[in-house]
Design a protein around this ligand. Structure first.
Ligand SMILES: *Cc1c(COP(=O)(O)O)cnc(C)c1O
Length: 390
């Protein structure tokens, strides 16, 4: 059996994969089973923050693997405590709950917001407002949070208590908080799956003000935007707001499954003994990987990310066949004249791995992608998009 036949027969067919078997990689290059080389502009969907097989990351993971790979949360391990300290000291958040994925990080944020509101204001105050076109995960609760109807239809009934607001419409957001006793407002600063669309700064600041006035918790979903991706450690830092809870995952541990909900002053002690948990959450190997990644997302790297971002915006803005460039940092969406899926396929054939999001081509290169590789990939994308060149 070929790998494609085996997958078709034995793996639940929930993913429409590209016809490529990736067998190895180094940094921002990957190779398939035919020996073909690709420049990777997807990073496993913003996960491999420093590319494939980064040496320092690999050593940190192997060292921890050699000590102990798992203990359960009944015991202390230093990578977990050290990572929580590092996350708090770099964000001003106060405590961290560790889990294994983005959806679970959002689950924790939602649970904490509901418990905070119900402890203070009673059982009726449970509504979480999220935005239309958002994406927050695949569990029944995070699907309910996700503001896209097509995700809702198949799995009714979803968790109740979610309403969806139009992005950048503060009047509507305010009206919804008056209509529904609201526990939390959950936002992605840059909607990723929704098409790489940043929120307006005024809107996010007005949402924060509204939250402060009404003692609603401001929850920022940094699962995709976090950990340096947008050119700040977390995207909310571009917006001049201080969230009450930040959820993150994807790039946090550089390719190992780790999610985190960072809890601010109001939320830090809301969840007590037995209120929440996760068998694998805070796994020492994953936390050791995350410590290696996070400790190297410093000001110098963030500046490089912003410079590479500016380079890509310049390169693509106004180019033939490219109608719009959106995004922040190394999270970039291109609205192309040709259908985005067609462009992604042609790029792949030409040796560049790209993603799509809605009707956009989506680029999420490794945070440390070498400039020559970025330039080479950029030229290939320009060529593929140009209607006069194919
Ligand atoms: C990917 C993503 C999630 C879900 O993360 P999983 O690890 O797949 O559960 C949630 N929110 C945002 C913004 C994401 O991009």
């Amino acid at each position: 059996m070929t790998i494609m036949e085996k997958d078709a027969q034995y793996v639940a067919q929930t993913y429409k994969r590209f016809p490529v078997e990736i067998v190895s990689g180094k940094g921002s290059l990957v190779w398939d089973s035919q020996g073909k080389e690709y420049i990777d502009l997807g990073s496993g969907i913003a996960v491999t923050s420093f590319g494939i097989g980064d040496e320092a990351w690999k050593q940190a993971v192997i060292d921890q693997l050699g000590r102990v790979q798992h203990t359960s949360n009944l015991y202390y391990t230093s990578p977990c405590a050290d990572l929580a300290e590092m996350l708090c000291s770099r964000t001003g958040m106060k405590k961290v709950f560790f889990c294994n994925s983005g959806a679970e990080a959002n689950e924790c944020a939602i649970k904490a917001a509901r418990k905070y509101a119900q402890d203070r204001y009673g059982r009726e105050r449970y509504t979480i407002i999220t935005l239309k076109n958002s994406f927050h995960g695949r569990t029944l609760t995070t699907l309910a949070a996700t503001g896209q109807d097509h995700y809702h239809e198949l799995f009714q009934p979803l968790t109740p208590g979610f309403v969806h607001a139009e992005a950048n419409n503060i009047a509507e957001l305010t009206a919804l908080t008056e209509k529904y006793p609201t526990a939390g407002i959950l936002l992605e600063c840059v909607q990723g799956e929704g098409g790489v669309i940043p929120l307006e700064k005024d809107y996010v600041q007005a949402a924060e003000k509204l939250c402060r006035e009404k003692d609603i918790l401001l929850l920022i979903d940094e699962v995709q935007t976090g950990n340096g991706r947008t050119g700040e450690l977390y995207a909310y830092m571009h917006y001049g707001v201080q969230p009450d809870i930040v959820s993150t995952a994807k790039g946090l541990a550089g390719g190992l499954p780790l999610g985190a909900a960072l809890l601010g002053e109001k939320a830090k002690d809301v969840l007590g003994y037995g209120d929440h948990g996760s068998t694998f959450g805070g796994n020492p190997v994953c936390c050791a990987g995350a410590l290696s990644i996070l400790s190297r997302i410093d000001e110098a790297l963030l500046r490089e990310i912003r410079e590479k971002s500016a380079y890509l915006f310049d390169l693509f803005t106004g180019a033939p066949g490219i109608r719009q460039v959106t995004g922040l940092g190394l999270m970039i969406g291109l609205k192309t004249e040709k259908p985005a899926a067609e462009v992604a396929n042609a790029c792949r054939e030409a040796g560049v791995l790209c993603l799509t999001a809605k009707d956009k081509l989506r680029l999420l290169p490794a945070l440390n992608i070498p400039m020559p590789l970025l330039q080479r990939a950029g030229r290939i994308i320009l060529e593929v998009c140009d209607p006069d060149k194919s």
